[in-house]
Design a protein around this ligand. Structure first.
Ligand SMILES: *Cc1c(COP(=O)(O)O)cnc(C)c1O
Length: 376
C-alpha cells in the first residue's frame, strides 16, 4: 500500500468497494521492465487493466500494446499509441475483426493454426504474423492451459503456410503461464522457439522475432524474484538457444505491470459461524468473485488482506463475497488467517489487485454495482 493510496482513501472516503491504482507504481514497473530487458520492446497486455489513465501513461512512456479485440485496439489508439505499436495478440479472431484492425493500421497478428493464417492472409494481406507455441506453464499460479498455441512442429508448418500465403512469417510467441515464480520457465520455451527458427531457416524462411509473453509476477503473499532476475535468466536462455543470433524480442507483461499498483478497499459485512461448535469464523466482505476477485477461483491467487487490527492474534477464517451464489467463496479449502478482533463494519484493504480485477466484475449480479476504479 502506498502513501498516495492511503491519502486518497482518507481524504475522498469513497463509498462501497473500490479499486485505487497508483500510477507512480505503474511508471516504476514500466521502467523496471525496460531496464531488466533493455533489448525487448514492451507490449503491455491491455486486458490486465485497460483503465484509460493507465494506457495513457504507458503510451507516454513509450510502451506498445498487446490487444485481444478491436475494442482494446481502439482503447490503445485513444491513449495515443500509433498502430505500429499495437499487436493483435489473440489467436482467436473473427475475420471481420482482423479486417477492422488492418483498416486501423495494425500490421502484427498472432496465429496458432493454418485456418487463422488464412483469415489474416485474406483480411490483412502482407501483415506480420507470429505463431504461438504451446507451453506447459509448470509452476504458474494462473496457468493458461492448452487453449492457445500449437506444437513447435506444427508451428513450422503454420509459419511456412503463412509465408506462402504472402504474409510475413515474423516469429514465434509463447506464454509461460501467468504469475510464473520460476525465471527459468522461459528456457524450455526458448529451446522450442530456437528449433522452429532453425527448421524454417533450412527451408529458406528467416524468422526475426520471439515474443516472450507475460508471466512476470506481482507480489501477493509469497515473495517473488525481482524482474532483473527474470531479465538475466531470459538473456542466458536466449544465448543458449540462439547463440550469437539473438532475435528481436518483445515482452507482454500484464500482471507484472499493474498488479501491485492497485489496492481494493472493501468492508466486512458479516462475521458468523455455522454452528456452536464451528471452529472457523465466516467473514463476508462486500466484494467477492463477481465483484472483481475472480482470480480467487480454485483459490489460485491469494491476495494479502490488511486490516486495522493487524498484529493482533489471528485465527483461520473462511472468506466469502456478498452475493447469493454459493460459488462466491474466496478462501475455504485453505482458510485465511485474520485477526480475532476483526469486526463487522471494519474496512479491509486487499493488496496487489491492480490486475485482472475491475474488468472481471459483473455488471449488476444480485444488484451489486461493478467495481469502481480510481487511477491517481
Ligand atoms: C494475458 C496475456 C498476457 C499477460 O500475461 P501476464 O501473465 O498477466 O503478464 C500476455 N500475452 C498474452 C498473449 C496474453 O493473453
Amino acid at each position: 500500500m502506498t502513501d498516495r493510496i492511503r491519502d486518497f482513501l482518507r481524504l475522498r472516503r469513497p463509498e462501497g468497494p473500490c479499486l485505487v491504482i497508483d500510477l507512480d507504481v505503474v511508471r516504476e514497473n514500466y521502467n523496471a521492465f525496460a531496464k531488466a530487458l533493455p533489448d525487448s520492446r514492451v507490449f503491455y497486455a491491455v486486458k490486465a487493466n485497460p483503465d484509460p489513465a493507465v494506457l495513457r501513461l504507458l503510451a507516454d512512456l513509450g510502451s506498445s500494446f498487446d490487444c485481444a479485440s478491436v475494442a482494446e485496439i481502439d482503447m490503445a489508439l485513444a491513449a495515443g499509441a500509433t498502430p505500429d505499436r499495437i499487436s493483435f495478440g489473440n489467436t482467436i479472431k473473427k475475420e471481420r475483426d482482423v479486417a477492422a484492425a488492418f483498416a486501423r493500421g495494425v500490421r502484427m497478428f498472432a496465429i496458432d493454426c493454418v485456418e487463422e493464417a488464412d483469415k489474416i492472409a485474406r483480411a490483412a494481406p502482407g501483415a506480420r504474423v507470429f505463431c504461438r507455441i504451446l507451453c506447459d506453464c509448470v509452476g504458474a499460479e494462473w496457468p493458461l492451459s492448452r487453449k492457445f498455441g500449437c506444437s513447435p512442429e506444427m508451428a513450422v508448418e503454420v509459419l511456412e503456410h503463412a509465408h506462402r500465403s504472402g504474409l510475413e512469417a515474423y516469429g514465434v510467441s509463447f506464454h509461460v503461464g501467468s504469475q510464473q515464480p520460476n525465471p527459468n520457465a522461459w528456457d524450455v520455451a526458448l529451446q522450442a522457439a530456437g528449433g522452429v527458427f532453425r527448421t524454417l531457416s533450412e527451408r529458406g524462411i528467416q524468422l526475426r522475432m520471439v515474443n516472450l509473453g507475460g508471466g512476470f509476477p506481482a507480489k501477493y503473499l509469497r515473495e517473488m524474484p525481482a524482474v532483473q532476475t527474470y531479465g538475466r535468466a531470459i538473456f542466458t536462455a536466449l544465448r543458449k538457444h540462439f547463440g550469437n543470433r539473438i532475435p528481436e524480442t518483445i515482452i507482454e507483461p500484464g500482471r507484472g505491470m499493474v498488479g501491485d499498483a492497485g489496492m481494493i478497499k472493501a468492508e466486512v459485512v458479516l462475521i458468523s459461524k455455522k454452528s456452536a461448535e464451528d471452529t472457523q469464523r465466516w467473514v463476508y466482505l462486500d466484494i467477492g468473485k463477481f465483484g472483481g476477485l475472480a482470480e480467487t477461483m480454485d483459490e489460485a491467487i491469494r491476495y494479502p488482506i490488511r486490516t486495522r487490527h493487524d498484529g493482533d492474534r489471528t485465527e483461520p477464517c473462511v472468506i466469502a463475497g456478498p452475493t447469493c451464489d454459493s460459488a462466491d467463496v474466496l478462501y475455504e479449502k485453505t482458510p485465511y488467517e485474520l485477526p480475532i478482533s476483526l469486526a463487522i463494519g471494519d474496512e479491509v484493504l486487499i493488496e496487489g489487485t491492480g490486475a485482472y480485477t475491475q474488468t472481471y466484475s459483473a455488471v449488476a449480479f444480485n444488484g451489486f454495482e461493478p467495481l469502481k476504479a480510481y487511477a491517481i
